[in-house]
Ligand binder design. Structure first.
Ligand code: UDP
Ligand code: GLC
Length: 384
């Protein structure tokens, strides 16, 4: 079967475009003529898919709340729509060649629907299934369903695969496939960058960009602490919003900015759709996740923009950056060390430029969306 003619029911739990959803957007696009993305929640992600002419359906608008410490199954059982939901997904799946679950809750619903409809299941693993991110019961549920029902697990990094196997997942099921990117989207004309710098008043000082949803494990607070150890003209934009109800953390960050006297040096820009432009306008990007990052799209995006990046040395980030070669790695949760690396980077503009240039060349080659999509097509064909 020619892959774009393969009929796929993609399944994602979120109505909000996080990294897993943005990755899915690029994967689903080549299949859009014969495939559909089924969502387990409505929201702006649906509009984004529609903008790219990818057909969508929303299977439920009832929120499925799962806290890290609670059980996926309990939460799903408490959703009175569980049975009708599985039935609806299975009914739709019968018109497709396979079910492609892109998130943990989509795996649970997709696995049940796969058993019901006799359609093969693929699980795209975007998470590190470890105690940092999942309770024991949820780790067991995810790994058991993947082992028993999935024909293929696509892991977004070696780190995600390793954690899956450590949690009891079958390694034979797994293939590591990194996120792919259209590198042209990250080439911004210098005039456009200058215009944005002027508009946002990013002209005065050394500007660091942080591009992540506001969430405790994304570690924006680590950058704030590091800033206090840098000269006053070292400033930061925090780009991103609380996507999954982390409102308390947002308040905490605003309090921290005041307490540390950083009011004139830190700007909250909220969720933005012009990430390549903003990254290009920064002198440096920092990634500060305190728990291992499964992959880290923002790291690759910074590389593609030619903006030097410092990333937290854990999880997938260590597969993306070779320190001193195409960026810098810094131990997670260590603001003092981060400040030192920022200062080193700041004081060596020529080296910074060389490193960023090499990073850009490597990233274009390693994460090319066409090559990544071909790889995924080959893996899918092997199971249908
Ligand atoms: N992003 C965005 N707007 C924002 C902040 C982030 O579009 O205001 C994008 C960012 O460019 C990246 C994705 O959201 O592509 C986040 O993915 P990542 O893998 O870095 O982290 P995740 O949030 O998925 O854990
Ligand atoms: C998840 C992970 C992130 C990864 C993204 C795309 O959202 O948290 O690290 O980059 O998926 O695979």
């Amino acid at each position: 079967m020619n892959s774009p003619s393969m009929k796929i029911l993609f399944l994602d739990q979120s109505g909000t475009p996080g990294g897993a959803e943005l990755c899915l957007l690029d994967i689903a696009k080549p299949y859009r003529e014969h495939s559909i993305v089924g969502l387990l929640a409505d929201g702006p992600f649906r509009a984004l898919l529609a903008q790219h002419e990818i057909p969508t359906t929303v299977f439920t608008t009832q929120t499925i709340n799962v806290r890290k410490e609670s059980s996926l199954l309990t939460s799903l059982r408490s959703t009175s729509q569980l049975l009708p939901l599985v039935q609806a997904v299975a009914g739709t799946a019968r018109s497709y060649d396979l079910i492609y679950a892109n998130t943990p809750k989509a795996l649970v619903i997709g696995a049940l629907a796969s058993l019901w409809s006799q359609r093969p299941l693929v699980y795209h693993l975007h998470d590190i299934i470890s105690p940092d991110h999942f309770s024991k019961i949820n780790r067991t549920v995810l790994v058991t369903l993947a082992n028993r029902v999935a024909k293929l697990v696509i892991a977004n990094s070696q780190a995600s695969q390793t954690a899956f196997v450590a949690a009891g997942g079958r390694s034979q099921l797994c293939r590591v496939v990194y996120n792919g990117f259209d590198s042209d989207r990250y080439v911004i004309a210098p005039a456009e960058t200058e215009h944005l710098r002027t508009t946002l008043a990013l002209t005065d000082g050394f500007w660091i960009g942080h591009f992540s949803r506001l969430s405790p494990w994304k570690g924006q607070h680590i950058l704030l602490k590091a800033l206090t150890l840098c000269p006053d003209d070292t400033k930061a934009i925090l780009v991103g919003d609380a996507l999954f109800g982390e409102d308390e953390y947002v308040l905490e960050l605003h309090r921290q900015v005041k307490q540390l006297g950083l009011e004139g040096r830190v700007r909250f820009l909220g969720f933005r759709s012009d990430i390549p432009q903003l990254m290009s306008a920064c002198n440096l990007v920092t990634h500060t996740s305190t728990a291992p990052e499964p992959f880290g799209r923002v790291i690759v995006e910074s590389m593609l923009c030619g903006t030097p990046v410092i990333a937290a040395a854990a999880g997938g980030a260590t597969e993306l950056i070779d320190t001193g070669e195409n960026g810098w790695l810094c131990p997670p949760g260590e603001p003092e060390i981060l400040a030192k690396v920022i200062l080193t980077c700041r004081s060596a503009p020529q080296q910074r430029q060389q490193i960023a240039q090499l990073a850009q060349e490597q990233a274009r080659d390693r994460f090319d969306i066409a090559a990544i999509n071909t790889l995924i097509a080959q893996h899918l064909q092997s199971i249908v």
